[in-house]
Design a binder for this molecule. Structure first.
Ligand SMILES: Cc1cc2nc3c(=O)[nH]c(=O)nc-3n(C[C@H](O)[C@H](O)[C@H](O)COP(=O)(O)OP(=O)(O)OC[C@H]3O[C@@H](n4cnc5c(N)ncnc54)[C@H](O)[C@@H]3O)c2cc1C
Length: 445
């Protein structure tokens, strides 16, 4: 292996992955130089200079072990993830989900990293890869164009990309509470629940779907093909797929009873609390590429939103990621230069918790390389291990970012799985947690 600077490790990008990576490295008593271009260079989606800014939904996913994100979060806790610890400490009421006050979360991460004696935060856009440094690249889906160019020449292949979209945000005081009720799906009737639910009659639902499907959308540039990530489709694309797609998707009424009618509504738009003060709510599943004017018109079909004040409209953004199966090892090292590691959305991980996980692994491995140890591959049959295995072993011709899911854990079973879905997921979770605990112990020895 070629010589590199022993002064410390460079991390490029202070988002979710880069912040976790920097923390993990510093925990091993190794100096970190963390480059973050904000607030001097904007990304188009971030709005603060905080590290680990969460740009859209404030939910890190379900906390339940019968849910893939719940398992991933638990594995991250076992590995002492700073970001999950902070998320736990600023959790908001959100049913079984781990949702955070976004500002408190990023402020706390920023403060933790700034006060760490081994972490130097450098507010600067890197436009080329550092020479002779062990380096973790975590510049995210909105990697600055100049740095993307430098990466492009390193990778010698075009970046892949798809489109992802922001959900609209509404001021709570502008909602019409006559036309909504509080509750979580299947919640105990004695507890009030955490979501604001806007019930729709069949007629209102049909009108909403029609307008969404036919609304004017922001035009893409000539050279940009429309490639959406299946797990995060714009609401208008879902509406175009069929009259009942939304009613069986984000607008499903299952597990909800309208206290006024004592009946299950035909469809429901859910609003989720976005800040501690409960003054802001986001529209669950309403990521969209409709023009702002159309959003303003169409969303008012929902009776509770007739006079809504939109703090932010939904937006579309380009999501850049590399062809990880072609260029990365499951240790997250770049095959052609093992002193370079990739993490986060740029490496093809999807979802906040998945991005934190890849930052954690890249940080652990960069630290091991620095200390002259072998980098590790996280064990298969754990959510972290399978996620990273997937992004480094998927078909490179059709590679798309992947988020945590139980399908990843179901391969090559020695024993038959329980038939019931929840029982199956819990079984897989327990097996993963046993393996990850043992793996963590082995690293500590
Ligand atoms: C508009 C939008 C909405 C999204 N909504 C969701 C959602 O609802 N749920 C979800 O799970 N995921 C969502 N995502 C995906 C989300 O980006 C990731 O889950 C997560 O933020 C990715 O973490 P990351 O660390 O890879 O990138 P980021 O968190 O974006 O961090 C990358 C950092 O690198 C910095 N940077 C970029 N280039 C340079 C450079 N050259 N030099 C120095 N610094 C640089 C950026 O300023 C940024 O701070 C969304 C993404 C976008 C863009």
């Amino acid at each position: 292996m070629k010589e590199w600077s022993k002064e410390g490790i460079v991390v490029v990008g202070g988002g979710l992955a880069g912040s976790e990576a920097a923390w993990q490295i510093a925990q091993k008593n190794i100096p970190v130089f963390l480059y973050e271009m904000r607030p001097f260079e904007p990304t188009g989606a971030h709005s603060t200079g905080y590290l680990a800014e969460i740009v859209c939904s404030n939910s890190l996913g379900s906390n339940l072990l019968s849910n893939a994100s719940g398992l991933l979060l638990q594995e991250l806790r076992i590995f002492n993830s700073l970001l999950v610890r902070i998320a736990d400490s600023c959790a908001l009421p959100a049913g079984k989900a781990l949702a955070v006050d976004r500002e408190r979360f990023s402020l706390a991460v920023t403060q933790h990293l700034l006060k760490h004696p081994l972490i130097t935060v450098i507010r600067k856009e890197l436009i080329e890869l550092p020479k002779d440094s062990l380096c973790v690249v975590a510049t995210g889906p909105l990697t600055s164009p100049r740095f993307a160019q430098a990466l492009q020449s390193l990778l010698q292949s075009p970046f892949l990309y798809f489109y992802d979209a922001l959900c609209p945000l509404i001021e709570a005081s502008s909602l019409d509470f006559q036309h909504l009720f509080v509750g979580s799906r299947y919640s105990d009737p004695s507890s009030s629940g955490d979501y604001l639910n806007c019930p729709l009659s069949e007629e209102q639902y049909r009108e909403l779907c029609h307008e969404l499907a036919h609304g004017e959308r922001v035009k893409l540039r000539e050279f940009e093909k429309e490639i959406f990530f299946e797990g995060c489709l714009p609401i208008e694309i879902m509406a175009q797929r069929g009259p009942d797609t939304l009613r069986f998707g984000p607008l499903r009424p299952t597990g909800l009873i309208d206290p006024k009618t004592k009946k299950r509504p035909y469809a429901v738009v859910q609003l989720r609390q976005d800040n501690v003060a409960a003054t802001l709510y986001n529209m669950v599943g309403f990521q969209t590429n409709l023009t702002f004017k159309e959003q303003d018109r169409i969303f008012r079909i929902i009776p509770a939103l007739k006079n809504a004040h939109f703090i932010r409209y939904g937006q579309l953004h380009r999501n850049t990621f590399i062809n990880s199966p072609r260029v990365l090892l499951p240790t997250l090292q770049f095959k052609a230069n093992p002193l370079l590691l990739f993490a986060g959305q740029l490496a093809g991980c999807e979802g906040y918790a998945g991005n934190i996980a890849s930052g954690l692994v890249a940080g652990i491995n960069a630290a091991r390389i620095f200390q002259g140890k072998e980098p590790v591959v996280f064990p298969r049959q754990t959510m972290i291990g399978e996620l990273l295995w997937y992004i480094t072993h998927a078909d490179p011709e059709h590679f798309q970012p992947m988020k945590a899911n139980f399908g990843l854990l179901c391969g090559a079973m020695e024993e038959p799985l329980p038939k019931d879905r929840t029982a199956r997921n819990l079984f897989l979770s327990q097996r993963s947690l046993k393996k990850i605990e043992a793996f963590n112990q082995s690293l500590l020895e």
